[in-house]
Design a binder for this molecule. Sequence first.
Ligand code: F6R
Length: 357
Amino acid sequence: EKGTYPHYMLKEVDEQPAVIRKIIQAYQNEEGKLAIDYSITEAVSEADRIYIIACGTSYHAGLIGKQFIEKMTEIPVEVHVASEFTYNMPLLSKKPLFIFISQSGETADSRAVLVSIKALGHKALTITNVPGSTLSREADYTLLLHAGPEIAVASTKAYTAQVAVLSILANVTGHFRNLEYDFDLVKELGIVATAMEALCDSKEEMEAIAHEYLSVTRNCFFIGRSLDYYVVLEGALKLKEISYIQAEGFAGGELKHGTIALIEEGTPVIALATQAGVNLSIRGNVKEVVARGAKPCIISMKGLEEEDDRFVIPEVHELLTPLISVIPMQLIAYYAALHRECDVDKPRNLAKSVTVE
Ligand code: F6R
């Protein structure tokens, strides 16, 4: 039930801190250490390459999961859009492990890949919100998202749950492999949950940004580098699907290779700057678009902020920024859709679970 909320989407955005806390609990053992089923840790650990398969928002979570897994476990990871994998199957490694990421667990494109890799005798792990879903039943292993039912078509809390569960999977596996990239993830995720609360309390600021930048525009660009790049892909998808504004997410450095031709006087460009290593270069990209007339909206992280930034998110561990930087993206999309009188929870042409290929 959406209770006092006008839309499920807003309610689900607000549930994110509680979902993160639930996930921490669900994946803790009696000693308070993060743990997942031994057979899963072992299966991931023994793989010589991991293939993440997903669609849409879940694919965007997978792109972030790749960074976590490679950094913490030193196992190479490829991330594939499910529908393309079917015909462009890459050359597989000798001991592949497939990870399917799917909120619903029913997505036909992902299932088609699962069927074909099972036929080849490979092992699969499904990360899903729905116990007993098709992708869960047909895989060898399942990790649950514990996000509770997600009703709004636009995925929000399932995305952050996917990213959080992937961080836990990577961390536990890295630990199992005695690798160095070992940080106190329980503590860091706790900090994330608190930061998420602060962001959920910033609705007025997000509404003001949506109003100022998106109430009349026909298009909008999102830019970011490093982990921020994957988050802007998600920001652009959220905006497109519920507000029908043509939105594109780009790697900051890639704009000048073509897309910058689209920047005109007043074109909104939302830039994410949460990564210390690329802070200067993303700000350079903002200058490039401003010189062509763009109207910039920089969302940065505490410690990296500059005077003209439109909004500053709280500081969290630099690997975990996607968990919180996505919230302004979700809320800006929400308020943009609201201003434009779109059906937020049930955008046109879309279904919650896509059961056709
Ligand atoms: C976007 C969205 C879709 C889904 C995609 C995959 O907000 O909801 O892009 O993420 O259809 O769905 P699942 O995760 O159920 O496989």
